[in-house]
Write a protein that binds this ligand. Structure first.
Ligand code: UT7
Length: 352
Protein backbone atom coordinates (compact mmCIF):
# COMPACT_ATOMS: atom_id res chain seq x y z
CA UNK A 1 0.00 0.00 0.00
CA UNK A 2 2.81 2.38 1.02
CA UNK A 3 4.83 1.45 -2.04
CA UNK A 4 1.76 2.16 -4.18
CA UNK A 5 1.31 5.59 -2.59
CA UNK A 6 4.95 6.45 -3.12
CA UNK A 7 4.64 5.33 -6.73
CA UNK A 8 1.56 7.51 -7.24
CA UNK A 9 3.20 10.53 -5.60
CA UNK A 10 6.41 10.08 -7.56
CA UNK A 11 4.49 9.78 -10.81
CA UNK A 12 2.44 12.88 -9.98
CA UNK A 13 5.56 14.84 -9.07
CA UNK A 14 7.41 14.02 -12.24
CA UNK A 15 4.14 14.33 -14.20
CA UNK A 16 5.06 11.08 -15.91
CA UNK A 17 2.29 8.54 -16.39
CA UNK A 18 2.05 5.89 -13.71
CA UNK A 19 2.89 2.59 -15.28
CA UNK A 20 1.18 -0.66 -14.38
CA UNK A 21 4.43 -2.58 -14.22
CA UNK A 22 5.24 -0.83 -10.94
CA UNK A 23 2.72 -2.90 -9.02
CA UNK A 24 1.98 -5.84 -11.31
CA UNK A 25 1.37 -9.22 -9.71
CA UNK A 26 0.66 -10.91 -13.01
CA UNK A 27 1.45 -10.37 -16.65
CA UNK A 28 -1.34 -9.83 -19.15
CA UNK A 29 -1.27 -11.14 -22.72
CA UNK A 30 -3.54 -10.97 -25.74
CA UNK A 31 -5.02 -14.44 -26.18
CA UNK A 32 -7.26 -13.76 -29.17
CA UNK A 33 -8.13 -11.10 -31.73
CA UNK A 34 -11.22 -10.56 -33.86
CA UNK A 35 -12.69 -8.07 -36.29
CA UNK A 36 -15.71 -7.39 -38.40
CA UNK A 37 -16.30 -5.02 -41.31
CA UNK A 38 -19.82 -4.41 -42.61
CA UNK A 39 -20.36 -5.55 -46.20
CA UNK A 40 -21.47 -2.30 -47.80
CA UNK A 41 -18.65 -0.27 -49.33
CA UNK A 42 -18.69 3.48 -49.89
CA UNK A 43 -16.02 4.28 -52.46
CA UNK A 44 -14.40 7.59 -53.29
CA UNK A 45 -16.30 7.47 -56.57
CA UNK A 46 -19.58 7.21 -54.61
CA UNK A 47 -18.51 10.26 -52.58
CA UNK A 48 -17.76 12.20 -55.77
CA UNK A 49 -21.51 12.04 -56.44
CA UNK A 50 -22.40 13.29 -52.95
CA UNK A 51 -19.97 16.10 -52.22
CA UNK A 52 -17.44 18.26 -54.10
CA UNK A 53 -14.40 16.01 -54.00
CA UNK A 54 -12.48 13.57 -56.18
CA UNK A 55 -11.05 10.09 -55.89
CA UNK A 56 -7.64 11.57 -56.71
CA UNK A 57 -7.77 14.16 -53.90
CA UNK A 58 -8.95 11.67 -51.28
CA UNK A 59 -6.44 9.00 -52.28
CA UNK A 60 -3.49 11.38 -52.42
CA UNK A 61 -4.32 13.33 -49.26
CA UNK A 62 -5.53 10.44 -47.06
CA UNK A 63 -4.68 7.05 -48.59
CA UNK A 64 -8.34 6.03 -48.39
CA UNK A 65 -10.11 4.49 -51.40
CA UNK A 66 -13.23 3.17 -49.71
CA UNK A 67 -14.80 2.72 -46.31
CA UNK A 68 -17.50 0.40 -44.94
CA UNK A 69 -20.99 1.46 -43.94
CA UNK A 70 -23.13 -0.57 -41.53
CA UNK A 71 -26.47 -1.87 -42.80
CA UNK A 72 -29.50 0.11 -41.64
CA UNK A 73 -30.51 -2.66 -39.24
CA UNK A 74 -27.02 -2.98 -37.69
CA UNK A 75 -26.03 -1.23 -34.47
CA UNK A 76 -22.55 -0.81 -32.98
CA UNK A 77 -22.88 -3.81 -30.67
CA UNK A 78 -23.67 -6.01 -33.70
CA UNK A 79 -20.27 -5.18 -35.20
CA UNK A 80 -18.69 -5.76 -31.79
CA UNK A 81 -20.50 -9.09 -31.38
CA UNK A 82 -19.03 -10.52 -34.59
CA UNK A 83 -15.55 -9.31 -33.65
CA UNK A 84 -15.88 -10.65 -30.10
CA UNK A 85 -16.94 -14.11 -31.28
CA UNK A 86 -13.84 -14.31 -33.49
CA UNK A 87 -11.57 -13.18 -30.67
CA UNK A 88 -13.07 -15.69 -28.21
CA UNK A 89 -12.67 -18.49 -30.74
CA UNK A 90 -8.99 -17.67 -31.24
CA UNK A 91 -8.52 -17.51 -27.46
CA UNK A 92 -10.24 -20.90 -27.20
CA UNK A 93 -12.74 -19.47 -24.75
CA UNK A 94 -16.48 -18.97 -24.57
CA UNK A 95 -18.28 -15.85 -23.42
CA UNK A 96 -18.89 -17.62 -20.07
CA UNK A 97 -15.13 -17.45 -19.41
CA UNK A 98 -15.11 -13.65 -19.43
CA UNK A 99 -14.70 -11.69 -16.18
CA UNK A 100 -15.23 -8.20 -17.64
CA UNK A 101 -16.12 -6.34 -20.83
CA UNK A 102 -14.60 -2.97 -21.71
CA UNK A 103 -16.22 -1.32 -24.72
CA UNK A 104 -14.45 1.63 -26.31
CA UNK A 105 -16.70 3.70 -28.54
CA UNK A 106 -17.93 7.21 -29.26
CA UNK A 107 -20.88 5.87 -31.24
CA UNK A 108 -22.68 3.59 -28.78
CA UNK A 109 -26.04 1.99 -29.52
CA UNK A 110 -27.57 4.58 -27.18
CA UNK A 111 -26.48 6.76 -24.25
CA UNK A 112 -27.94 4.33 -21.73
CA UNK A 113 -27.67 1.41 -21.12
CA UNK A 114 -24.04 1.21 -22.11
CA UNK A 115 -22.94 -0.85 -25.10
CA UNK A 116 -20.93 -3.25 -22.94
CA UNK A 117 -24.11 -4.36 -21.15
CA UNK A 118 -25.93 -4.80 -24.47
CA UNK A 119 -22.99 -6.86 -25.75
CA UNK A 120 -22.89 -8.88 -22.52
CA UNK A 121 -26.48 -9.92 -23.20
CA UNK A 122 -25.90 -10.63 -26.91
CA UNK A 123 -22.85 -12.76 -26.09
CA UNK A 124 -24.57 -14.61 -23.25
CA UNK A 125 -21.77 -13.66 -20.85
CA UNK A 126 -22.12 -14.04 -17.08
CA UNK A 127 -22.99 -11.29 -14.56
CA UNK A 128 -19.69 -9.44 -15.03
CA UNK A 129 -18.43 -5.88 -14.90
CA UNK A 130 -19.37 -4.27 -18.25
CA UNK A 131 -18.44 -0.69 -18.95
CA UNK A 132 -18.02 1.70 -21.85
CA UNK A 133 -15.12 4.08 -22.15
CA UNK A 134 -15.01 7.20 -24.27
CA UNK A 135 -11.57 8.18 -25.50
CA UNK A 136 -12.37 8.43 -29.22
CA UNK A 137 -9.68 7.01 -31.51
CA UNK A 138 -7.43 6.24 -28.52
CA UNK A 139 -10.28 4.30 -26.89
CA UNK A 140 -8.98 0.84 -27.70
CA UNK A 141 -5.49 1.53 -26.32
CA UNK A 142 -7.07 3.10 -23.23
CA UNK A 143 -9.32 0.02 -22.86
CA UNK A 144 -6.54 -2.53 -23.29
CA UNK A 145 -4.39 -0.60 -20.81
CA UNK A 146 -7.20 -0.70 -18.24
CA UNK A 147 -7.69 -4.43 -18.89
CA UNK A 148 -3.94 -4.97 -18.46
CA UNK A 149 -3.96 -3.25 -15.08
CA UNK A 150 -7.05 -5.13 -13.88
CA UNK A 151 -5.40 -8.42 -14.82
CA UNK A 152 -1.99 -7.37 -13.49
CA UNK A 153 -3.55 -6.55 -10.12
CA UNK A 154 -5.04 -10.03 -9.94
CA UNK A 155 -8.70 -8.94 -9.70
CA UNK A 156 -9.70 -10.20 -13.15
CA UNK A 157 -8.46 -12.97 -15.39
CA UNK A 158 -10.17 -12.73 -18.79
CA UNK A 159 -11.22 -9.33 -20.13
CA UNK A 160 -12.87 -8.67 -23.49
CA UNK A 161 -11.77 -5.33 -24.93
CA UNK A 162 -13.81 -3.90 -27.79
CA UNK A 163 -13.22 -0.98 -30.16
CA UNK A 164 -16.31 -0.56 -32.34
CA UNK A 165 -17.93 2.33 -34.13
CA UNK A 166 -20.71 3.26 -36.52
CA UNK A 167 -19.46 6.74 -37.33
CA UNK A 168 -21.21 7.09 -40.68
CA UNK A 169 -24.45 7.84 -38.77
CA UNK A 170 -22.87 11.08 -37.48
CA UNK A 171 -21.37 12.29 -40.75
CA UNK A 172 -22.54 15.36 -42.58
CA UNK A 173 -22.25 14.20 -46.18
CA UNK A 174 -22.10 17.84 -47.24
CA UNK A 175 -18.92 18.46 -45.21
CA UNK A 176 -16.09 17.21 -47.44
CA UNK A 177 -13.47 17.88 -44.75
CA UNK A 178 -14.88 15.12 -42.58
CA UNK A 179 -17.22 12.75 -44.42
CA UNK A 180 -14.53 11.32 -46.71
CA UNK A 181 -12.53 9.97 -43.78
CA UNK A 182 -14.76 7.88 -41.57
CA UNK A 183 -16.21 4.37 -41.73
CA UNK A 184 -17.74 1.63 -39.58
CA UNK A 185 -16.06 -1.45 -38.04
CA UNK A 186 -15.70 -3.56 -34.93
CA UNK A 187 -12.54 -5.00 -33.39
CA UNK A 188 -11.91 -7.07 -30.26
CA UNK A 189 -9.23 -8.74 -28.22
CA UNK A 190 -9.40 -11.13 -25.30
CA UNK A 191 -6.82 -10.08 -22.72
CA UNK A 192 -5.91 -12.77 -20.22
CA UNK A 193 -3.54 -13.53 -17.34
CA UNK A 194 -0.28 -14.95 -18.71
CA UNK A 195 0.93 -18.20 -17.20
CA UNK A 196 4.28 -18.27 -15.42
CA UNK A 197 7.13 -18.35 -17.90
CA UNK A 198 4.96 -17.27 -20.82
CA UNK A 199 6.79 -14.72 -22.97
CA UNK A 200 3.66 -13.13 -24.50
CA UNK A 201 2.73 -10.10 -22.44
CA UNK A 202 1.95 -6.42 -22.43
CA UNK A 203 5.18 -4.65 -21.53
CA UNK A 204 3.85 -1.15 -20.86
CA UNK A 205 1.33 1.50 -21.75
CA UNK A 206 1.57 5.27 -21.74
CA UNK A 207 -1.66 7.26 -21.96
CA UNK A 208 -2.16 11.00 -22.36
CA UNK A 209 -4.82 13.65 -22.78
CA UNK A 210 -4.75 17.37 -23.52
CA UNK A 211 -8.18 18.82 -22.86
CA UNK A 212 -7.00 22.34 -23.65
CA UNK A 213 -7.40 21.59 -27.35
CA UNK A 214 -10.57 19.54 -27.06
CA UNK A 215 -12.49 21.86 -29.38
CA UNK A 216 -10.56 20.55 -32.39
CA UNK A 217 -12.84 17.54 -32.79
CA UNK A 218 -16.36 17.58 -31.34
CA UNK A 219 -19.69 15.80 -31.43
CA UNK A 220 -21.95 17.99 -29.35
CA UNK A 221 -25.51 16.77 -29.57
CA UNK A 222 -27.13 14.67 -26.88
CA UNK A 223 -24.99 15.63 -23.90
CA UNK A 224 -25.99 17.98 -21.08
CA UNK A 225 -24.32 20.96 -22.77
CA UNK A 226 -26.20 20.50 -26.03
CA UNK A 227 -29.37 18.49 -25.37
CA UNK A 228 -31.55 17.37 -28.24
CA UNK A 229 -33.50 20.37 -29.50
CA UNK A 230 -34.64 21.81 -32.81
CA UNK A 231 -32.24 24.69 -32.25
CA UNK A 232 -29.21 22.42 -31.80
CA UNK A 233 -30.34 20.31 -34.73
CA UNK A 234 -30.52 23.41 -36.93
CA UNK A 235 -26.94 24.25 -35.86
CA UNK A 236 -25.79 20.82 -37.07
CA UNK A 237 -24.63 19.69 -33.63
CA UNK A 238 -25.75 16.14 -34.47
CA UNK A 239 -22.77 15.86 -36.82
CA UNK A 240 -19.13 15.31 -36.01
CA UNK A 241 -17.13 18.47 -36.55
CA UNK A 242 -13.38 18.50 -36.94
CA UNK A 243 -10.58 20.98 -37.57
CA UNK A 244 -8.65 18.47 -39.66
CA UNK A 245 -5.57 20.49 -40.46
CA UNK A 246 -4.98 21.36 -36.77
CA UNK A 247 -5.51 17.78 -35.67
CA UNK A 248 -3.06 16.58 -38.28
CA UNK A 249 -0.20 18.46 -36.60
CA UNK A 250 -0.99 17.11 -33.14
CA UNK A 251 -1.45 13.58 -34.49
CA UNK A 252 2.13 13.04 -35.60
CA UNK A 253 3.54 14.80 -32.52
CA UNK A 254 1.47 12.94 -29.90
CA UNK A 255 1.85 9.49 -31.45
CA UNK A 256 5.59 9.94 -31.93
CA UNK A 257 6.00 11.12 -28.32
CA UNK A 258 4.09 8.22 -26.81
CA UNK A 259 6.00 5.71 -28.97
CA UNK A 260 9.27 7.26 -27.81
CA UNK A 261 8.10 6.88 -24.20
CA UNK A 262 7.28 3.21 -24.77
CA UNK A 263 10.69 2.49 -26.28
CA UNK A 264 12.56 4.44 -23.64
CA UNK A 265 10.62 2.80 -20.80
CA UNK A 266 11.47 -0.67 -22.13
CA UNK A 267 15.03 0.24 -23.14
CA UNK A 268 14.27 -0.65 -26.73
CA UNK A 269 14.83 1.02 -30.07
CA UNK A 270 12.76 0.95 -33.26
CA UNK A 271 14.88 -2.03 -34.35
CA UNK A 272 13.44 -4.11 -31.49
CA UNK A 273 9.89 -3.59 -32.73
CA UNK A 274 8.61 -6.08 -35.30
CA UNK A 275 5.43 -4.18 -36.15
CA UNK A 276 3.98 -0.81 -35.38
CA UNK A 277 0.20 -0.43 -35.60
CA UNK A 278 -0.68 3.25 -35.63
CA UNK A 279 -4.24 4.54 -35.53
CA UNK A 280 -5.42 4.52 -39.16
CA UNK A 281 -6.48 8.14 -39.68
CA UNK A 282 -4.49 9.28 -42.70
CA UNK A 283 -1.65 7.60 -44.60
CA UNK A 284 0.39 10.81 -44.34
CA UNK A 285 0.09 10.71 -40.53
CA UNK A 286 1.08 7.02 -40.49
CA UNK A 287 4.08 7.73 -42.74
CA UNK A 288 5.03 10.72 -40.56
CA UNK A 289 5.18 8.61 -37.40
CA UNK A 290 7.16 5.82 -39.11
CA UNK A 291 9.59 8.36 -40.54
CA UNK A 292 10.06 9.96 -37.12
CA UNK A 293 11.41 6.62 -35.82
CA UNK A 294 13.19 5.58 -38.98
CA UNK A 295 10.90 2.55 -39.09
CA UNK A 296 10.49 1.26 -42.66
CA UNK A 297 6.95 1.14 -44.05
CA UNK A 298 7.38 -2.62 -44.38
CA UNK A 299 7.13 -2.82 -40.57
CA UNK A 300 3.94 -0.74 -40.36
CA UNK A 301 0.51 -2.35 -40.47
CA UNK A 302 -1.54 -0.27 -42.91
CA UNK A 303 -5.20 -1.09 -43.41
CA UNK A 304 -6.60 2.34 -44.11
CA UNK A 305 -7.08 2.00 -47.86
CA UNK A 306 -10.29 -0.06 -47.75
CA UNK A 307 -11.41 0.81 -44.24
CA UNK A 308 -10.96 4.54 -43.67
CA UNK A 309 -10.83 5.93 -40.16
CA UNK A 310 -13.00 3.79 -37.85
CA UNK A 311 -11.87 5.53 -34.63
CA UNK A 312 -11.58 3.08 -31.71
CA UNK A 313 -11.83 0.14 -34.13
CA UNK A 314 -8.83 0.84 -36.36
CA UNK A 315 -6.18 -0.73 -34.13
CA UNK A 316 -7.95 -3.96 -33.09
CA UNK A 317 -9.17 -4.49 -36.67
CA UNK A 318 -5.68 -3.90 -38.11
CA UNK A 319 -4.15 -6.16 -35.47
CA UNK A 320 -6.61 -8.95 -36.19
CA UNK A 321 -6.22 -8.75 -39.96
CA UNK A 322 -2.44 -8.89 -39.66
CA UNK A 323 -2.60 -11.83 -37.25
CA UNK A 324 -4.99 -13.76 -39.47
CA UNK A 325 -3.07 -13.21 -42.71
CA UNK A 326 0.22 -14.25 -41.07
CA UNK A 327 2.04 -10.92 -40.96
CA UNK A 328 1.98 -10.86 -37.17
CA UNK A 329 2.82 -14.01 -35.26
CA UNK A 330 3.49 -15.07 -31.69
CA UNK A 331 6.72 -13.84 -30.13
CA UNK A 332 6.84 -10.59 -32.08
CA UNK A 333 7.03 -7.16 -30.45
CA UNK A 334 4.09 -4.98 -31.45
CA UNK A 335 3.83 -1.26 -30.76
CA UNK A 336 0.32 0.23 -30.83
CA UNK A 337 -0.19 3.98 -30.91
CA UNK A 338 -3.20 6.25 -31.27
CA UNK A 339 -4.51 9.78 -30.93
CA UNK A 340 -8.04 11.08 -31.10
CA UNK A 341 -10.63 13.58 -29.94
CA UNK A 342 -9.99 14.88 -26.48
CA UNK A 343 -7.18 15.21 -27.49
CA UNK A 344 -6.31 11.74 -26.23
CA UNK A 345 -3.24 9.77 -27.22
CA UNK A 346 -1.11 6.87 -26.12
CA UNK A 347 0.95 3.82 -26.87
CA UNK A 348 1.04 0.21 -25.76
CA UNK A 349 3.96 -2.13 -26.33
CA UNK A 350 3.48 -5.89 -26.18
CA UNK A 351 4.98 -9.20 -27.09
CA UNK A 352 2.21 -10.94 -28.99
O1 UT7 B 1 -8.91 10.10 -35.90
C1 UT7 B 1 -8.60 11.42 -35.59
C2 UT7 B 1 -9.47 12.32 -36.34
N1 UT7 B 1 -9.03 13.13 -37.38
C3 UT7 B 1 -7.98 13.05 -38.21
O2 UT7 B 1 -7.15 12.21 -38.12
C4 UT7 B 1 -7.88 14.09 -39.29
C5 UT7 B 1 -6.49 14.59 -39.47
N2 UT7 B 1 -6.44 15.49 -40.61
C6 UT7 B 1 -6.37 15.05 -41.89
O3 UT7 B 1 -6.34 13.86 -42.14
C7 UT7 B 1 -6.26 16.09 -42.97
O4 UT7 B 1 -6.04 17.37 -42.41
C8 UT7 B 1 -7.54 16.15 -43.87
C9 UT7 B 1 -7.62 14.88 -44.72
C10 UT7 B 1 -8.79 16.30 -43.05
C11 UT7 B 1 -7.43 17.34 -44.83
O5 UT7 B 1 -6.23 17.25 -45.60
P1 UT7 B 1 -5.26 18.51 -45.70
O6 UT7 B 1 -4.17 18.13 -46.60
O7 UT7 B 1 -4.91 18.94 -44.31
O8 UT7 B 1 -6.16 19.56 -46.44
P2 UT7 B 1 -6.52 21.04 -45.99
O9 UT7 B 1 -7.54 21.03 -44.93
O10 UT7 B 1 -5.24 21.79 -45.74
O11 UT7 B 1 -7.15 21.60 -47.33
C12 UT7 B 1 -6.39 21.76 -48.53
C13 UT7 B 1 -7.36 22.09 -49.65
C14 UT7 B 1 -8.36 23.18 -49.25
O12 UT7 B 1 -8.60 23.96 -50.41
P3 UT7 B 1 -7.90 25.38 -50.59
O13 UT7 B 1 -8.32 26.21 -49.41
O14 UT7 B 1 -6.43 25.10 -50.60
O15 UT7 B 1 -8.43 25.86 -51.90
C15 UT7 B 1 -9.61 22.41 -48.92
O16 UT7 B 1 -10.78 23.14 -49.11
O17 UT7 B 1 -8.13 20.94 -49.96
C16 UT7 B 1 -9.52 21.25 -49.90
N3 UT7 B 1 -10.26 20.07 -49.47
C17 UT7 B 1 -10.73 19.16 -50.31
N4 UT7 B 1 -10.71 19.08 -51.66
C18 UT7 B 1 -11.29 18.02 -52.21
C19 UT7 B 1 -10.54 19.69 -48.20
N5 UT7 B 1 -11.22 18.54 -48.23
C20 UT7 B 1 -11.36 18.20 -49.54
C21 UT7 B 1 -11.96 17.11 -50.18
N6 UT7 B 1 -11.91 17.05 -51.52
N7 UT7 B 1 -12.57 16.11 -49.51
Amino acid sequence: MFARLVAIMTAAKSSRPLNSQMTARYNCRVAGTGSYLPERELTNFDLEKMVETSDQWITERTGIRSRRVAADNQVTTDLALNAAKNALEMAQMTARDLDAIIFATVSPDQLMPNSACVLQKKLGARDIMSLDISAACSGFIYGLSIANDMIAAGSYKNVLVIGAEILTRYMNYKDRDTCILFGDAGGAVVATRADDGESSRIYSHHLHADGTISDLFVFKMGGSAYPFSHENLDKGYHYMNMKGREIFKHAIRTMSQSCAEALEHNKMSGADVDWIIPHQANIRIIDGVAKHFGIPTSKVIIEIERMGNTSAATIPVSLDRAVRDGRIHRGQNILLTAFGAGITSGSLLMRF
